[in-house]
Design a protein around this ligand. Structure first.
Ligand code: SF4
Length: 67
């Protein structure tokens, strides 16, 4: 399977500047998983901009937008 980086970049919502993992979803997920966190695409646009990728922030964000 060929790397889908260019295609992934079309839908990547991450606004963190300068990250070399952008579009490389396998590396992105691994990086955040090892930190006990989640990638940008799990968050609302508002929460994503805080760069807080913690599971706690994900739950707060989910509770806010799921109601
Ligand atoms: S979510 Fe994290 S690892 Fe993934 S592109 Fe954004 S800053 Fe990089």
């Amino acid at each position: 399977m060929e790397c889908q980086k260019e295609k992934n970049l079309e839908s990547c919502p991450c606004t963190y500047p300068g990250c070399a993992k952008k579009g490389l979803c396998c590396e992105c997920v691994k990086h955040h998983r090892e930190k006990g966190a989640l990638p940008a695409c799990y968050f609302s646009p508002e929460a994503e901009k805080t760069y807080d990728r913690s599971i706690e922030n994900f739950v707060r964000d989910w509770e806010k937008y799921s109601k």
